[in-house]
Design a protein around this ligand. Structure first.
Ligand SMILES: C[S@@+](CC[C@H](N)C(=O)[O-])C[C@H]1O[C@@H](n2cnc3c(N)ncnc32)[C@H](O)[C@@H]1O
Length: 210
């Protein structure tokens, strides 16, 4: 699944100011081959955290913690982050990097498959950021509903699947992944969700639990 960036995308990316304080984490992410949060999506997340001011955040898909750093960057000092990562080497490196950045005491990294962990989690969160297994966006919705506080935000990255949802990619054969993502996009338009799907990065959905 590849999609050439449009001129608009290139322009938008060029406008995002760099975040030198997290360049080391971004570098480790690149070295370990973890797909990095796009700059414009990172900027959007920072803004959402600043506006919504969550006291607790759940993230699915830690990588080595780049997006976790971005989420905590503008959060209040008391805000805690729980984050779930399948790959042990990534999750362990993320823990180290969070400590190096002074965020360590505020972060819990769960190592393992989110498919096992998420249904058994009991925490409550003000913001959930989904950047993990794309096949689970739809299946995790009841768990997100259960764990999100009223008024809370569910933010999901990559919901447009590189133009495969709209047909822009030229792919016409519908895969299970595409079917699941379409089901997810339809579901978040129904109560109790109020959602907006943004053409930012590879598509970001923002849903408020009413
Ligand atoms: C796009 S990367 C996350 C990048 C990270 N959010 C960032 O921007 O720094 C997706 C991550 O989800 C993890 N992942 C994929 N499937 C998973 C699963 N079933 N459970 C937990 N993590 C999973 C991958 O190992 C990968 O590190």
């Amino acid at each position: 699944m590849t999609q050439k960036p449009t001129q608009n995308t290139k322009l938008i990316q060029s406008l995002v100011p760099p975040l030198p304080q997290y360049e080391r984490v971004a570098g480790v992410s690149r070295e370990m081959g973890v797909p990095l949060l796009r700059a414009e999506v990172g900027q959007f997340l920072r803004m959402m955290v600043g506006v919504h001011r969550p006291g607790s955040i759940l993230e699915i898909g830690t990588g080595v913690g780049y997006s976790g750093h971005i989420l905590l960057d503008r959060a209040d000092a008391g805000c805690r982050l729980c984050t779930v990562e399948l790959e042990e080497d990534r999750g362990k490196r993320a823990r180290e990097l969070f400590y190096e950045s002074g965020f360590g005491d505020r972060v819990t990294v769960f190592l393992g498959d989110a498919k096992d962990i998420v249904p058994n989690m009991s925490g409550r969160f003000d913001l959930i950021f989904m950047d993990g297994p794309k096949s689970c966006y739809y299946t995790f919705l009841p768990d997100f509903l259960r764990m999100l506080n009223k008024g809370g935000l569910l933010i999901c990255d990559n919901v447009l699947l590189m133009g495969n949802i709209s047909g822009d990619s030229g792919v016409t054969k519908e895969s299970t992944l595409m079917r699941n993502m379409r089901a997810f996009l339809r579901e978040i338009q129904k109560p109790p969700w109020l959602s907006s799907v943004l053409d930012v990065g590879d598509g970001v959905s923002v849903s408020q639990l009413l």
